[in-house]
Design a protein around this ligand. Structure first.
Ligand SMILES: [Zn+2]
Length: 200
């Protein structure tokens, strides 16, 4: 059975969301189509609001309101401006914040070096990172990157790019199991990993 065009478009769009397969997308779309008066309109308005008012912080890469860019965390005078924690994904920032072990600033790369997926230096916020280190007087860069092949090559690239600059480069070491993502670590594990970071 071929779907009506508006429904098929919705299914395809929903299917592009993380963790949503074709069947789940179909169920969601049918549910929305049946309830076109209420939920569809509410969802449509919420989506338009997010698209129009939420964006990426020009400094750290986390989400922020477009009329507060750089974000509140980047502009907070209470945070240590000398230490910069580099993460792959903005979701990692929330995890590290929940550990309470870090009071500095953040920089999300929005990915990591992955030649297989075509993610190279140009796709990541690496140039912005190097500029920030010079411009903001950062003295320590903490690499909170997942301990796997791609995380390792991203860390090695940054370490190499910062060679010759008077900045200490450390990396989370203890506590995080090899091959697992930062996003899945519990706050205590993350706190220990931060305390046990090592000079690269
Ligand atoms: Zn920010």
């Amino acid at each position: 059975m071929s779907r009506m065009e508006p429904l098929e478009k919705l299914i395809v769009a929903l299917g592009r969301l993380p963790g949503v397969g074709r069947r789940t997308a179909e169920r969601m779309a049918v549910r929305l189509a049946r309830d076109s008066g209420g939920l569809s309109r509410e969802l449509g308005a919420a989506l338009a609001d997010v698209a129009g008012r939420v964006g990426i912080c020009a400094q750290c890469g986390d989400l922020t309101l477009l009329d507060a860019n750089p974000c509140a965390r980047c502009t907070s005078p209470r945070r240590d401006g000398h230490a910069l924690c580099v993460v792959e994904d903005p979701a990692d920032i929330e995890k590290i914040e929940s550990s309470g072990a870090f009071q500095g600033r953040y920089h999300a790369l929005l990915g990591r070096l992955s030649p297989m997926k075509g993610e190279g230096v140009a796709q990541l916020r690496l140039e912005a990172l190097l500029q920030r280190i010079a411009a903001e007087g950062i003295t320590e860069v903490i690499l909170a990157l997942s301990p796997d092949v791609e995380g390792d090559s991203t860390a090695a690239f940054i370490h190499h790019a910062l060679a010759g600059q008077s900045v200490r480069v450390t990396r989370l070491a203890l506590g995080i199991p090899a091959g697992s993502a930062i996003a899945y670590a519990d706050p205590l594990t993350l706190a220990r990993a931060l305390q046990g970071r090592q000079k690269m």
